[in-house]
Design a binder for this molecule. Structure first.
Ligand code: GRF
Length: 201
């Protein structure tokens, strides 16, 4: 499958996915494009280093969210992208993208959803005082971190954890889990019935 990664930030998950592809751990997945809404974000540099072309847009240059996304859809279609992988893409997706890519957009979130959706999930978990948090990969719908769950991994919260130390362990889990799920998606092994997903072996 031809993949577009959408990201707004550091791009460490982008880099982990690119490394997985180089190492043969992304199955038939090929990262063909980075899409970013923050042209100055470090992820753009990561794409350049990985030799992946990027589409860098400023949403405020467009009259509406729909026109911004329509520009993205046109580029995805030109490149025959079949799977959209959100990796720290800090905006909601509208039907302009959701309709043509129904069931083909996934996201990673640093908590065990439905707990701690939205921004600063790691800080939210620490503030709440949970003893177990983790990572979720899920299908994307129009809500914030609300689509059907594909895979989850737990991460223990230690008494002396700070946001930084906990984030470090959560990120390591992300870098391992996301390439696995992307490979399963690329192989067409992730099925969906209502909110329930299954991974066929
Ligand atoms: C990750 O923690 C991801 O779960 C969340 O945003 C963060 C992105 O980090 N959605 P990076 O840009 O991949 O380094």
């Amino acid at each position: 499958s031809r993949i577009a990664v959408f990201a707004s930030g550091q791009g460490s998950n982008f880099a982990a996915l690119a490394a997985a592809q180089r190492g043969g751990r992304l199955g038939s997945g090929r990262i063909e494009l980075l899409v970013s809404d923050k042209p100055e974000a470090p992820v753009a540099q990561r794409a350049e280093e990985a030799g992946v072309p990027s589409l860098l847009l400023r949403p405020k240059d467009f009259a509406s969210r729909e026109l911004y996304e329509a520009e993205i859809v046109a580029e995805l279609q030109r490149r025959e992208i079949g799977l959209i992988v959100l990796a720290g893409y800090m905006r909601l997706i509208t039907p302009t993208l959701l309709v043509p890519y129904a069931g083909r957009i996934i996201n990673i979130h640093p908590s065990l959803l439905p707990a701690f959706a939205g921004k600063d999930a790691i800080g939210q978990a620490l503030d709440y005082g949970v003893k177990l948090t983790g990572v979720t990969v899920h299908f994307v719908d129009g809500g914030m971190d609300t689509g059907p769950v594909i895979a989850q991994r737990g991460v223990q919260v230690e008494e002396q954890d700070t946001v930084e130390s906990l984030a470090e362990r959560i990120h390591q889990v992300e870098y391992e889990l996301y390439p696995q799920v992307v490979a399963e998606m690329a192989a067409g092994r992730v099925g969906l019935t209502g909110r329930k997903t299954v991974i066929r072996k």
